[in-house]
Ligand binder design. Structure first.
Ligand SMILES: Cc1cc2nc3c(=O)[nH]c(=O)nc-3n(C[C@H](O)[C@H](O)[C@H](O)COP(=O)(O)O)c2cc1C
Length: 168
């Protein structure tokens, strides 16, 4: 597929749909192409939940379906739910593969709201090996207006950084 120059990408994993919704909102705002990280391991409602918690705590990373090379995108935004205070394991699997990403990379997460996002971003950053240009963590049931404000701030940071690199 031929890609427009300056196109952004959003790559996310979502088990229950909240991160998928945020990914679509960001992709709309950035006019980005969207890619879902897929694994069958957590699909079952109850067993999947137990496995998710167990894997997250023990660091067992699931097999995921391949994602295309993202290096030529203007930016990549990585999204995952918070599991036991860390990024969900499918996103950890993706980062552990050391994907070839452009210089502008942001990270977003959704959570139940009962843990601060620091560990999510610090673990993702350690796996990725570079700081994120922007980060965003939204509780699953947060106020729509406030969410829109945070989304706008995140997207501005990504678009500005991408523009500055393109102009350089
Ligand atoms: C196994 C598991 C562990 C979770 N651990 C946390 C947590 O430590 N802190 C938190 O705020 N939310 C936690 N959550 C809630 C999810 O982060 C939240 O519901 C998120 O929006 C789900 O995203 P999704 O709908 O895209 O799967 C956990 C959810 C699961 C399934």
């Amino acid at each position: 597929m031929q890609k427009r120059s300056g196109t952004h990408a959003v790559v996310y994993y979502s088990r229950d749909g909240h991160t998928a919704r945020l990914a679509r909102q960001l992709a709309d705002k950035l006019d980005a192409e969207i890619f879902e990280i897929e694994t069958g391991r957590y699909r079952s409602k109850l067993l999947g939940y137990v496995r998710a918690g167990f894997d997250s705590l023990t660091g067992r990373l699931p097999k995921i379906m391949p994602i295309p090379n993202l290096k030529t995108y203007a930016s990549v935004s990585l999204g995952a739910p918070v599991w036991t205070s860390y990024p969900a394991t499918p996103m950890r699997s993706f980062l552990a593969q050391q994907p070839n990403l452009p210089p502008v990379v942001g990270m977003f997460a959704t959570c139940g709201g009962h843990s601060p996002p620091d560990k999510v971003f610090s673990m993702a950053r350690a796996l990725f090996g570079q700081p994120f240009i922007a980060t965003l963590c939204i509780p699953s049931f947060s106020d729509e207006k406030l969410t829109r404000v945070h989304i706008a701030a995140y997207c501005n940071a990504i678009a500005t950084a991408s523009g500055m690199l393109e102009a350089a």
